[in-house]
Design a protein around this ligand. Structure first.
Ligand code: B4P
Length: 190
């Protein structure tokens, strides 16, 4: 079973590359951002609470996203593998994911981290904001807040998997297909 974490700051290309990875490797795509947006769309209580935080560029509580991932793993017990996109975003989420996978005698195969500088992230997200309608892509201040959340709470997750010898960094700037080629190389070496 292949269990891949696609890691990187907001706008690094996790969603973009996930689509290509799923098509090639037949993995189940678990994006906590997409799952949260579905809850918002459906107007659930969880969605209403998440929206208030997401619209401010703040991470949603660990318990909420861990619960969503737990449900999805149960739902897809017989999957050939998973791609975790935008999760884990804190060390607590990483520990919970390792424990959940261990309960199925599984573990993370590799974490692929896309590195992109802050100026490029800002430009990409402002550009996406013109058409995505996503409230969190609308202005510089909000995007800066998301990058700050990433630096303070999410970056340590890279060290967590580096210590396990499962970390591969890839330059996230360049042609989408050539970045995908590098990601494929890392997956096949895992
Ligand atoms: P996410 O939905 O995970 O969003 P993201 O980080 O903005 O996106 P991504 O990196 O996937 O960007 P994309 O490929 O689309 O999170 C949103 C919010 O949800 C968070 O702020 C948080 O509040 C909450 N949340 C989610 N997960 C959570 C968790 N686990 N715990 C707590 N809270 C959580 O790319 C962006 C743009 O760049 C696109 O327009 C794309 O076309 C472009 N692009 C991609 N690759 C490119 C390339 N190589 N060159 C040029 N442009 C490129």
């Amino acid at each position: 079973m292949l269990n891949l974490i696609l890691f990187g700051p907001p706008g690094a290309g996790k969603g973009t590359q996930s689509e290509k990875i799923i098509a090639k490797y037949n993995l189940i795509h678990l994006s906590t951002g997409d799952l949260l947006r579905s809850e918002i769309q459906a107007g659930t209580e969880l969605g209403l609470k998440a929206k208030t935080l997401m619209d401010q560029g703040i991470l949603v509580p660990d318990e909420v996203v861990i619960g969503m991932i737990d449900n999805k793993l149960k739902e897809h017990r017989s999957a050939a593998g998973f791609i975790f996109d935008g999760f884990p975003r804190t060390v607590k989420q990483a520990e919970a994911l390792d424990n959940l996978l261990a309960s199925y005698n599984e573990s993370i195969s590799v974490m692929v981290a896309l590195s992109v500088n802050d100026d490029e992230l800002l430009a990409r997200l402002l550009n996406r904001g013109k058409t995505s309608g996503r409230p969190d892509d609308q202005n510089e201040e909000l995007i800066a807040k998301r990058i700050q959340e990433y630096n303070s709470k999410t970056k340590p997750v890279a060290d967590y998997y580096q210590e396990q010898g499962k970390f591969v960094a890839i330059n996230g700037i360049g042609e989408i297909d050539s970045i995908f080629g590098e990601i494929s190389g890392a997956i096949e070496a895992a």
